[in-house]
Write a protein that binds this ligand. Structure first.
Ligand code: GUN
Ligand code: ZN
Length: 435
């Protein structure tokens, strides 16, 4: 058996701090000990309580001035869009036509997909992200490239082949039948290998015909372990287009519901303009929302109403939406979510933001039995944050009087420089100082 122990400040969430008492929802040990055995958490607690329980000979890695947190979960991200990050100009539909669709065409080439997949996963790890729900492209090889790269790194990742059979340029469309065959083949080949999972991934209802949406619903129903991952109610022009394409639907959510795509294993990115009624129906059906504040600001999509989504009972997580979003950092997403809240008159509690970036994402991806916090028995996916990564961070975190203050300072001032090490299943997968 392999056993390691890490002494540092520790923090994780056990429940939603906006619903449960903070004492029940958040655990924080300013001088803590994390014990890892065979890639799983064996103990998480106060150093004073655990030190004497350590098996003789266990080496303790001393990490003063560091905060260990669970690996972050990115609930919505596009790996083929690394090269459209920070592309100037235009809102969603123009941005797709001008920047994104041309970049995605290159993923018909397996060698290109391999190179980008490796770069992308290393960026996730450098930012402390250990799990993600990922859009590939319409090309089957784009998914094979990502899964192979994730398997090699032993990441708990969920991804899928994009389905789109209309309103997209040549080279980026499939059909109902090829979409079904490729999706089925990918599920058979990859689901359950290592820590991988599959998501049936219609891009959005603009680019899939009724027949393809129905096929996606049927494939998902035939494989109860797969997720459904798509976009919803992001942008005003997009929503108007949905109204034209689906005149009989009650709203955007109803389009997906009609085709069996709105259930407890569904994750819908954005939902910026979802009505209270739609949010309540999402909560009733168990659909999760991926709030992508950096993308919603950069693409001018709008201000997600987090407090309303939470009041309606929607499980909400955080996504970077790279390349619509301009950062891989879930710490920064916590800060961007706070800023969106400020523009809506809502002060997002840093502990709630921390939950959104970790356990809520794991719940959305249905991987919370394995990851999302550092409860004993879970896979040891964790991040060592350096609270003194920059002179400014050192100065501000030294003055913090609570975990909430420390997390808030990180969410506004930190970036990948604060991610000193990232561990996957107890194994060092990224070291800032070695990279
Ligand atoms: N809606 C449909 N496709 C996309 C995409 O690639 N990015 C974002 N942000 N929204 C979308
Ligand atoms: Zn997206």
């Amino acid at each position: 058996m392999s056993r390691q122990a890490y002494r540092a400040a520790l923090a994780h969430t056990l429940a939603d701090p906006s619903r449960e008492r903070a004492e029940d929802a958040v655990a924080h040990h300013p001088d803590g000990l994390l014990v890892v055995e065979d890639g799983h958490v064996a103990a998480f607690g106060a150093y004073a309580d655990l030190a004497q329980t350590l098996a003789p000979g266990t080496e303790v890695t001393e990490l003063p001035g560091r905060l260990i947190v669970p690996g972050f979960v990115d609930a919505h991200v596009h790996y083929p869009q690394v090269d459209v990050m920070a592309a100037w100009g235009g809102q969603l539909l123009d941005w797709l036509d001008t920047h994104t669709f041309p970049a995605e065409q290159a993923f018909a080439d397996r060698a290109h997909a391999d190179a980008v997949a490796g770069f992308f996963l290393d960026q996730l790890l450098a930012n402390g992200t250990t799990s993600a729900l990922v859009f590939c492209t319409v090309h089957r090889v784009s998914v094979e490239a990502l899964f192979e790269a994730a398997l090699g790194r032993d990441m708990r990742l969920v991804a899928g082949k994009v389905l789109m059979d209309r309103h997209a340029p040549d080279g980026l469309t499939d059909t109902v039948e090829t979409g079904r065959a490729d999706t089925e083949a990918l599920i058979r080949a990859w689901r359950g290998r290592g820590r991988l999972g599959y998501a049936v991934t219609p891009r959005f209802a603009v680019t899939s015909s009724d027949a393809q949406l129905a096929m996606a619903g049927a494939v998902a129903a035939a494989h109860p372990d797969v997720l459904i991952h798509t976009h919803m109610s992001e942008n005003a022009r997009e929503i108007a287009r949905i109204g034209e394409l689906f005149p009989d639907a009650r709203d955007y959510l109803d389009v997906y519901a009609r085709f069996g795509l709105a259930g407890p294993r569904s994750v819908f990115a954005h939902c910026v303009h979802a009505s209270e009624d739609a949010l309540k129906r999402m909560a009733q059906s168990g659909v999760s929302a991926a709030f992508c504040p950096a993308s919603n600001l950069l693409l001018g999509s709008g201000l997600f109403n987090l407090s309303q989504a939470c009041a309606c009972g929607v499980n909400t997580a955080l996504g970077t939406d790279v390349g619509g979003g301009g950062s891989f950092s879930l710490l920064q997403m916590m800060g961007e979510a706070y800023k969106v809240g400020q523009l809506r008159g809502h002060n997002l509690d840093p502990l709630h933001a921390f939950y959104l970036a970790t356990l809520a994402g794991a719940k959305a991806l249905h991987i919370d039995a394995h990851v999302g916090n550092l409860a004993p028995g879970k896979e040891a996916d964790f991040v060592v944050l350096d609270l003194a990564a920059t002179p400014l961070l050192a100065r501000r975190t030294a003055a913090a009087k609570s975990l909430a203050e420390t997390l808030f300072i990180l969410s506004i001032l930190a970036d990948d420089r604060a991610v000193e090490r990232t561990y996957l299943a107890g194994r060092l997968a990224h070291s800032r100082d070695r990279a």
